[in-house]
Design a protein around this ligand. Sequence first.
Ligand SMILES: [Zn+2]
Length: 65
Amino acid sequence: MADPPQTCPLCNVKILVGCVGGDRVLFSVGPPGTRKSLYAKVCRHIDRPGCINKSGGSQTASPKY
Ligand SMILES: [Zn+2]
C-alpha cells in the first residue's frame, strides 16, 4: 500500500513514500534523493509552519543564537 506523494509547498519537494529502497524525494532541481538528503539540504533550513518534513526530522538542532 503506497501512500500518495507528499508535496511540501515550502521546500518545493515531492516525497514518494513506499518506493523500493525507501522514500524517494524529488527536488525542484537536481536528481532525486532520500529523506536524509532532503533534511540535510532543504528542510533543515526552513523553520516555518507548513513544512511537511519538519516533523519528520528527528534530529534536534542546537540553537544558533
Ligand atoms: Zn519542507
